[in-house]
Design a protein around this ligand. Structure first.
Ligand SMILES: Nc1ncnc2c1ncn2[C@@H]1O[C@H](COP(=O)(O)OP(=O)(O)O)[C@@H](O)[C@H]1O
Ligand SMILES: [Mg+2]
Length: 395
């Protein structure tokens, strides 16, 4: 079973590329699900299933072709199903602080709930062996990232805080409810958190297993989009997910030579070079800008042909090595970079803004540093077991 996450900034083409990938996989005979997690769903639209044909409000998997289901996670229904107690408690607390009813209910929809709900489905379908490939069309970067760390956060909470809080609350509730203006969570709140957790159990292991989960970062050849793609790449690496390809969408095709686009063409070619350099050795795919929107089955097939060669299997595992990983120690951080062929004499190291630049002979790797490490300086590097280990310390 494979899970493919399509992530990137809003409007770059995630939904189109995720849907096209689904179309190709289904044609190869794989039982495929494309699940939309973006609250601004457009998956059904990409298949041109509007109106009566498709009722996305049900939020259930819907068959659009042999071997191909789509599902748009419906957050309102998910809340009714799984988050009711939690949302009720949070909105109750908000109301006591003076936030009005409707607003409190809106605010009680915590960021990341869509993603967590999607993860519960992924977990469920995995247990049922329902699909060979599950493709997640994620929400735009900022929101879609949080769920990556949520299962681990939840696990920590369940182990350390939850049992303690629960016992303590049992003891203090009778008095506290009389004194405190903020209502304490009722016992079914805890039962619900426990149930939610059990539905998510194992998801973090699936996400960080590169032979199951691969992230495909969708981007455009534009400076601002690239910056965000780099940040996303760093974030996923930090959380142990493997990005196995970068998909650069909307590349001007060679036949466009109108003077109006001359500057676009030259900036695109500069940025395409930067993309290759920054993300190497991760595979970079380019997708041309079409003369039209990608709407409906035929257009999706056309997009799939631009994206994949005839004999390409979009679900193939192409990378199991993380390009780099970070580890924190008491007095330092370590950045581990895969460098099977490097010998010590050739390695050069320096920092450029919030990037660590590693040079091995003529090869240069840029490693984006997470915010928490951006102020550190490389202090030492050593090669061990085909990996370059760079120590980072405060200046
Ligand atoms: N390569 C392309 N050429 C032309 N139009 C495209 C291309 N890729 C996507 N589009 C169109 O751009 C719009 C946004 O794409 P979409 O896949 O919905 O982006 P996202 O899901 O990242 O927000 C859609 O109307 C889609 O049909
Ligand atoms: Mg979309």
């Amino acid at each position: 079973m494979r899970i493919l996450l399509f992530c990137g900034k809003g409007g770059v083409g995630k939904t189109s590329l995720a849907a096209a990938t689904g179309v190709r996989l289904a044609a190869l005979g794989k039982r495929t699900l494309v699940m939309s997690v973006d609250p601004a769903h457009s998956l059904a639209d990409a298949f041109d299933f509007g109106g009566d044909l498709f009722d996305s409000r049900t939020g259930d998997p819907y068959s659009v072709a042999p071997n191909l289901d789509i599902q748009e996670v419906n957050i309102q229904r998910e809340i009714r199903r799984h988050w009711q107690e939690i949302a009720a408690y949070v909105s109750g607390v908000l109301r006591t602080t003076g936030v009005s009813g409707v607003e409190a209910e809106e605010l009680a929809i915590l960021p990341g709930m869509e993603e967590l709900s999607a993860m519960m489905y992924v977990n469920q379908y995995r247990r049922e062996s329902r699909y060979d490939v599950m493709i997640l069309d994620c929400a735009p970067t900022a929101e879609s990232l949080r769920f990556v760390s949520l299962p681990t956060t939840l696990e920590w909470y369940m182990k350390h805080i939850f049992p303690f809080q629960r016992t303590m609350l049992k003891a203090v509730r009778p008095i506290a409810n009389r004194l405190s203006p903020v209502e304490l969570p009722p016992d079914n709140y805890f039962a619900n958190v426990a149930k939610l957790f059990s539905r998510l159990e194992g998801v973090d292991a699936i996400l960080s297993d590169p032979s199951i989960t691969s992230v495909r970062l969708v981007t455009n050849p534009e400076r601002m989009v690239l910056r965000e793609t780099q940040r996303t790449f760093v974030y996923f690496s930090l959380h142990g997910l493997t990005v196995d390809s970068i998909m650069v969408n909307r590349v001007l095709p060679p036949e466009v030579n109108d003077a109006f686009f001359a500057e676009w063409r030259s900036s695109q070619s500069t940025i395409l070079r930067e993309i290759d350099e920054y993300f190497a050795p991760v595979h970079v795919r380019r997708v041309p800008l079409f003369t039209h929107e990608v709407l409906g089955r035929q257009r999706l097939e056309e997009l799939a042909r631009a994206l994949y060669a005839e004999d390409d299997d979009p679900a193939a595992v192409v990378r199991t090595e993380r390009p780099y990983s970070f580890e924190k120690f008491e007095d330092r951080w370590e950045v581990r970079v895969d460098m099977p062929f490097a010998s010590k004499s050739e390695v050069g190291l320096f920092k450029k803004g919030d990037e660590l630049v590693v040079e091995v002979g003529t090869l240069r790797r840029h490693i984006g540093l997470p915010t928490s490490m951006a102020a550190l300086e490389p202090s030492r590097a050593r090669l061990a077991g085909g990996k370059l280990i760079v120590e980072m310390r405060e200046k």
